[in-house]
Design a binder for this molecule. Sequence first.
Ligand SMILES: N[C@@H](CCC(=O)N[C@@H](CS)C(=O)NCC(=O)O)C(=O)O
Length: 246
Amino acid sequence: MMNAVAQSPKLRLHGYAVSNYFNVAHAALLESGANFEIVERRASQDAEFLRISPMGKIPVLETTQGWIAETVAILGYIEDCYPGLSPTDPFLRARERQLINLVQVYIELPMRSLYPGVFMGSTNTSAAIDAARQTLDRSTAALRSLAQPQPYLAGRTVGQADLFTFYCLDLAERVSRHVYDRSLLHELGLNEWAQLMTQRQSSKIVLDAFAQAFSAYLMDKKATYSVRSSDQDMSRLPPELPSVRG
Ligand SMILES: N[C@@H](CCC(=O)N[C@@H](CS)C(=O)NCC(=O)O)C(=O)O
């Protein structure tokens, strides 16, 4: 593995640490032992950025063959180049993707729809708050039955589903507490799992970068949300424990 890593061409992950999607990809690169560097970059609708990321979103991964946008595609590429974070069994791999898709579409996106009133100094309409709650009610029930940590979501070792769920739930938890006074981690029975995830070396790197970038972002946006108002942010759970894989 060490030789393969040393010989493989360097990947460049473009984006920045306020983005949960960027943080998923960053953590996957760290956990996989990939040869990579970070290029700090904001999302943009400029023509130049749209050429590399057609929706103008971050993260985007630069490879020797070209650019890959969309986190799920980036995760697939990382796994193909540096196998080990996803199950090899087709059924188990499909179940991993099922979980990732559920988190993205039915938890991350509805909570994201409320970012304006929480993180961006704007307001959320009661219709938006109600619509997101309805989706959340269904998706938390679904995720509760699908996500049974043992101690990780796919079994004894950390996997891509853990990384995806962890960074998406970090922001979703902040939104649901702020808007609904509701802890998703508690409802999902994922508090212990979140503690375990926080203790990984990759999480320490990614969450440290997030904490710095996020405070500056909130100030810039004059957000109603304050980091201090949350007592259970993942970036504030106790750090440390060695090992990246395992
Ligand atoms: N489906 C995309 C979502 C990425 C995404 O929403 N990124 C946010 C930052 S967390 C972004 O670039 N937002 C800017 C925009 O939507 O214009 C993915 O999986 O990568």
